[in-house]
Design a protein around this ligand. Structure first.
Ligand code: F0G
Length: 469
């Protein structure tokens, strides 16, 4: 391994700059709300040294050595260094630089890639896998972005960090803040997040405010707050969150031997994750770490589908940013109950760059897909299951072909929202269901059986299950 490294250019990546995604302004520092001071749109981080555009007479472009980078990242997997053991910081050459003394890590990333054999057979795709981001330290994909953005808060000397959340961001932020000796303020919609997620924020010591509004209402208040108080904003408008979340895609490509799948499918809520994964794919292509781009498709719940409607209303015309119409969102997949997604323009760019699709799925489709993933021995939270439900639709429409390879990004752990799972299996989630779905749900439901404590009753239950199997 060391021979490979010493025989090639040392892999360096150069400095990053901030840039507004709308007007292109490149401020030296970000405002408290991470919005462009000139036009109010979102900022992103870019790496000037990576540009492939070589102007006449200009210096030859800096070329990051793809082979050397891959070897270096592989070598770090056996390292005893704290940062090398993180599945985020291991890829630090593709991230902005943050001095090591500010890095806060829980050894996030390093998440498994599983085959979903039964689901694949049922849907009719040969190669279906799930990258389980719910296997992160606080059990959701948020940790990959949070390690990085919380470290940036630490570097900035902030005492307080804050976020608005549907539950997972707050759990993750509270943990990383605690690890970095910072205080955290959580704004969550009262009664609209799962107990599992709320309990995490409490245990990690956050000041947790349950506001009588929805997620979008919490975001509005937080945006005002950060303009008045020296509090560091950790929602995904923070471009450092996006940078950290890129590593899920980098790690995925490494797990696939740098041979990209045909499709990657992600849930869409505030649209930070799709933006991050898409950014990583485009950057990896640019740096020649991969030779082609997978199509990245985004799935929303029908009751929280502003992005789906925005894209579909373009009516097959060339995708260009049209004003997204915010809505009042409602879905039992509470993680993605979002009506005014902050990163929709970034996500639209990702759809354009990769040729992906956008789909919406119903509550029943989500519940059935979740049980199917569970039956494959994996499990996930409801918002993650939209990916499988969406894949079924994309397969039916012919967008995904049977011979193509597909990776679903499962964003949260099954135990984040056990109430949903128990209600589904007890048949209590829906008051009524169409006949076809009822049959499908019945096939998957495994309600607990209450029996007298005697051997005969258990054997009878076993025999009956055996007959039905
Ligand atoms: N899946 C899960 C489990 C989530 O928690 C979220 C977002 C998403 C998908 C959607 O990702 O917003 O990047 O498009 N949860 C946020 C939160 C909003 O506050 O925990 P996105």
């Amino acid at each position: 391994m060391s021979t490979t490294r010493s025989s090639t250019t040392p892999p360096t990546t150069g400095a990053t700059r901030l840039r507004c995604i709308a007007c292109g302004a490149t401020p030296d520092s970000a405002a408290q709300d991470f919005r462009c001071i000139a036009c109010g749109d979102l900022l992103e981080l870019f790496f000037p040294g990576w540009t492939l555009d070589q102007q006449d007479g200009a210096e030859p472009r800096h070329h990051t050595d793809a082979t050397a980078l891959k070897a270096l990242w592989l070598e770090r997997r056996t390292s005893r260094e704290e940062l090398d053991q993180s599945g985020v910081w291991r890829f630090r050459e593709l991230l902005p630089s943050i001095p090591q003394e500010h890095a806060i890590t829980l050894r996030e990333g390093n998440t498994p890639l599983y085959h979903l054999a039964r689901c694949a057979r049922a849907i009719g795709v040969e190669n279906l896998r799930a990258k389980h981001q719910g296997m992160n330290p606080t059990a959701s994909f948020k940790d990959t972005g949070m390690t990085f953005a919380a470290s940036s808060a630490h570097q900035g000397g902030f005492k307080w960090v804050a976020c608005a959340s549907t539950g997972n961001t707050s759990a993750s932020m509270a943990a990383y803040a605690a690890r970095g000796n910072m205080h955290s303020l959580v704004l969550i919609p009262d009664g609209k997040i799962s107990w599992g997620k709320l309990s995490q924020a409490l245990d990690y010591g956050a000041l947790t405010c349950q506001l009588r509004t929805d997620f979008d209402g919490c975001v509005s208040i937080l945006n005002e707050l950060v303009r008045q108080k020296p509090v560091y904003l950790l929602n995904s408008v923070n471009p450092y969150r996006i940078e950290g979340q890129k590593t899920a895609a980098i790690e995925l490509m490494e797990q696939l031997g740098w041979d990209p799948p045909d499709h990657i499918i992600v849930p869409g809520g505030n649209l930070g994750n799709s933006s991050a994964i898409g950014k990583a794919l485009v950057e990896m292509r640019k740096l020649e770490l991969i030779s082609r781009l997978p199509k990245l498709s985004i799935i929303q719940a029908e009751g929280a589908n502003p992005f789906y409607r925005c894209v579909r209303e373009l009516g097959g015309k060339k995708l260009e940013p049209k004003t997204l119409k915010p809505m009042t969102a409602d879905t039992m997949a509470t993680a993605i109950r979002i009506g005014n997604p902050a990163s929709w323009k970034k996500a639209l760019r990702v759809l354009q760059a990769t040729g992906g699709e956008v789909e919406q799925v119903s509550e029943i489709e989500i519940a059935i897909a979740k049980a199917e993933i569970g039956a494959d021995g994996i499990g996930c939270e409801p918002a993650s299951a939209v990916t499988l439900a969406g894949l079924k639709k994309l397969r039916r429409s012919g967008f995904v072909k049977s011979g193509e390879s597909v990776v679903l990004i499962l964003t949260g752990h099954q135990l984040k929202d056990p109430d949903f799972t128990i209600q589904f299996h007890r048949g209590e989630l829906f008051s009524e269901m169409p006949e076809a779905e009822t049959a499908e749900a019945k096939r998957l439901q495994r309600a607990p059986v209450v029996l007298d404590a005697n051997l005969g009753a258990v054997i009878a239950a076993l025999d009956s299950a055996e007959r039905d199997s």
